[in-house]
Design a protein around this ligand. Structure first.
Ligand SMILES: [Zn+2]
Length: 229
């Protein structure tokens, strides 16, 4: 169920008891809106001990503060909370899932950064919303996504995105224009003073993860998750 799970006691003062759980799911779950979703969300909530708030993701840069799951999904590509007992979810299949936390402040966030999200800098918008809630020292986990050696794009698209975020400029392993969205997100987070942990894995190359480029319309969705315990 989890390709990666880490409990991070980021607060150096153990008396605070403040801990953050970070996880990325694998392809054993399919978190698309569809027939399997209710059962897979229930399995996930049972494993994590919290229900997860999800978003209607639209490749934008809007960020919402949430206090729990809603029947009507907020339209946004980032969400933040300081509430206990609720998990945050973003769903991806090649785009970059970013998990953010300041355990000492008890503030967490997630962002969905595809090509448009990188151009619009959704990760910085998400960090800013966390700071509005009192976050100071933010750590990020950049989850599995299509890598810069695999994410082929037209040359004009590479020029356009790299004009906004220069570190995205890349070539595929076969020598054609590409974008490295992970490098773009890493630079954006570093510019915001966020410490970055890279969670290894290219979705196109690693069958443990869903990939839209590999599987097309049949591709499922995996998730980046964070919650306070
Ligand atoms: Zn790759």
């Amino acid at each position: 169920m989890f390709a990666f799970r880490e409990t991070a006691a980021l607060d150096p003062d153990p008396r605070s008891g403040s801990r953050v759980e970070v996880a990325f799911t694998d392809a054993s779950l399919d978190l698309r809106e569809g027939d399997r979703l209710a059962a897979d969300l229930a399995a996930l909530a049972a494993a994590a001990g919290v229900p997860f708030a999800r978003l209607n993701q639209v490749h934008g840069a809007d960020v919402v503060e949430v206090s729990g799951p809603r029947a009507e999904l907020p339209t946004a590509d980032g969400q933040v909370t300081a509430a206990r007992g609720v998990g945050l979810m973003v769903r991806v299949a090649d785009c970059v899932p970013v998990v953010l936390a300041d355990a000492a402040a008890g503030v967490v966030g997630v962002a969905h950064a595809g090509r448009r999200g990188v151009e619009l800098d959704v990760v910085t918008r998400t960090v800013e919303r966390m700071r509005d809630l009192g976050a100071a020292d933010v750590t990020a986990w950049i989850g599995p996504h299509i890598c810069g050696r695999c994410y082929e794009v037209p040359a004009t698209m590479r020029e356009e995105v790299a004009a906004a975020v220069p570190t995205t400029y890349a070539d595929t392993s076969w020598g054609t224009p590409a974008l490295d969205l992970g490098a773009g997100v890493t630079a954006q987070l570093a510019a915001s003073g966020v410490v970055v942990t890279e969670v290894l894995g290219c979705t196109l190359e690693d069958p443990r993860f869903h990939s839209h480029r590999r599987d097309g319309a049949a591709a499922g969705r995996f998730a980046g998750l964070v919650w306070l315990s």
